[in-house]
Structures are given as structure tokens and as C-alpha cells.
Design a protein around this ligand. Structure first.
Ligand SMILES: Nc1ncnc2c1ncn2[C@@H]1O[C@H](COP(=O)(O)OP(=O)(O)O)[C@@H](O)[C@H]1O
Ligand SMILES: [Mg+2]
Length: 227
């Protein structure tokens, strides 16, 4: 589903690099991407989105080489992927429901409004459908981005520290929603620092440190001293 083969990346004149990154994520897998700040987690997610090309090596999504210079289906690739990133990409002069419908507009969905309302219900925001983003708390905004990723029939969800600036209770709510997202055959890649979440969910964990994968284990348990 997602495959990195001998991927190298660097910037800042060599002060940061990812070296020989190899992994394969199967369809329907849930994978935590762990590592200290600056390890390269966001960089890996961006290469899956083809927001950035590797300096060397290959990135495949659904067996398609997306990292080739000639790859043309960028829009199609991104339509398959729901993103939960910290820069929320929310349109502030549209209400919550309109935001969701807007994100479905290019996808040719049967009934975007019903789909948007159903997603808002799943994340517990149905009563705030007509609110504007500025009227939501950080946790509610994060739930909105999750609702957006849940709609549109996405095959892959990329989450970049989705509990990063939330209190513990709200973080667990978010995790509960991820379990829900993951019930279908959606593939989830979840970058985080949160040891409690990783150790409770017991999913596959890929640990990156100093530009390398130092661990890739099926039933992830990890402690902060590992990273
Ligand atoms: N577009 C960019 N240009 C230059 N340096 C970058 C860019 N994006 C990230 N970096 C740097 O690359 C390193 C890895 O970043 P990142 O992938 O964001 O790590 P993480 O998400 O694990 O914290 C950091 O040192 C960061 O400052
Ligand atoms: Mg990051």
C-alpha cells in the first residue's frame, strides 16, 4: 500500500538527513511513526503526499511509483489521502459544515452534505455544524479535521501529531476516533510523541532516530529512553 525503498532526504545543507529508509505498510494497517522532534516524521508524511520528493530512492502508493519526476496523477493521489496535520487548512469564513462540503467538492461524491453531516455526528460535532471555526476549541478543531479525513472514501489517513497540543482527556477522545476510522480497510499512519497512546493501542511502531529507522515492531511498546 505504502512502500519506501532506499529513501534518502536531506536539507539545511546536510544538517538533516534521512538515510536509507525502507518500510512497507499494508492496506488496512495502523502504524505509529515515532521519533524525537526533528527526526523526520513530517518529512516522511510529506513524501507520501508527494509534497516533497526524496533525494534518492522510491516511494510507492498502491504499487504506483509516486516519486518519479514524471508522475502525473498528483491530484488523484491526494484524493485518496485524508490528512490530519497541525496546520489545519480550514477555511475561516465558512462554517463547519461548509468546510466539510468544500473538501468533498472535487471528489464527485454522491451526497456530500449527508456525508459531511454523518461525519460530524461521528466526531460529536453535529450540534456545531453551523458554527464557524473561530468558535471551536482546539480539540473540536482537531475533530473537524478528523471528520474531514473520514469523508471522501479515503484509503489512507496521515496524521501528524494529532494530539500534539491537546489535554490528555481530549487526546483520548481523538484516539477513540482513530480506532473508529481504522475499522474499515483504511490505512493509518500516525506520527506522535505520546508514549501512552502508542503503548495502549499496541499497533505497529516505526521508530526514527538520527535519520534512520532504528526499530520496526509489530506490537509496539516503547519508552522515551528508546528515542
Ligand atoms: N522544507 C524544509 N526546509 C528545510 N528544512 C526543513 C524543512 N522541513 C523540515 N526541515 C527540517 O528537517 C528536520 C526534520 O523535520 P521534520 O520532518 O519536520 O521532523 P519531525 O516531524 O520528526 O519533527 C528538522 O530539522 C526541520 O527543521
Ligand atoms: Mg513533525
Amino acid at each position: 500500500m505504502i512502500r519506501f525503498e532506499h529513501v534518502y532526504q536531506n536539507y539545511n545543507a546536510g544538517s538533516f538527513e534521512l538515510t536509507d529508509i525502507n518500510f512497507e505498510i499494508e492496506k488496512g494497517e495502523f502504524v505509529f511513526l515515532i521519533g524525537p522532534s526533528g527526526a523526520g516524521k513530517t518529512t516522511i508524511l510529506k513524501m507520501i503526499l508527494r509534497d516533497m520528493l526524496p533525494k534518492e530512492g522510491s516511494v510507492y502508493v498502491e504499487n504506483e511509483l509516486i516519486s518519479s519526476a514524471g508522475f502525473r496523477d498528483i491530484e488523484k493521489l491526494r484524493q485518496k489521502i485524508g490528512t490530519i496535520f497541525q496546520d489545519f487548512k480550514i477555511v475561516h469564513d465558512k462554517n463547519i459544515l461548509e468546510n466539510l462540503i468544500l473538501s468533498l467538492a472535487i471528489l464527485d461524491r454522491k451526497d456530500p452534505k449527508d456525508e459531511a453531516l454523518a461525519a460530524l455526528k461521528k466526531v460529536g460535532l453535529e450540534k456545531k455544524a453551523l458554527f464557524f471555526p473561530v468558535q471551536l476549541s482546539a480539540g473540536e478543531l482537531q475533530r473537524l479535521t478528523i471528520a474531514r479525513a473520514m469523508t471522501g472514501g479515503r484509503k489512507i489517513i496521515l496524521a501528524d501529531e494529532p494530539t500534539g497540543n491537546l489535554d490528555p482527556v481530549t487526546s483520548w477522545e481523538i484516539v477513540r476516533l482513530f480506532r473508529h476510522i481504522h475499522q474499515g480497510d483504511t490505512t493509518v499512519v500516525f506520527a506522535t510523541h505520546n508514549t501512552d497512546i502508542v503503548n495502549t493501542l499496541k499497533k505497529r511502531v516505526i521508530v526514527i532516530k538520527k535519520g534512520k529507522i532504528i526499530k520496526d515492531s509489530r506490537q509496539g511498546i516503547y519508552t522515551l529512553d528508546q528515542i
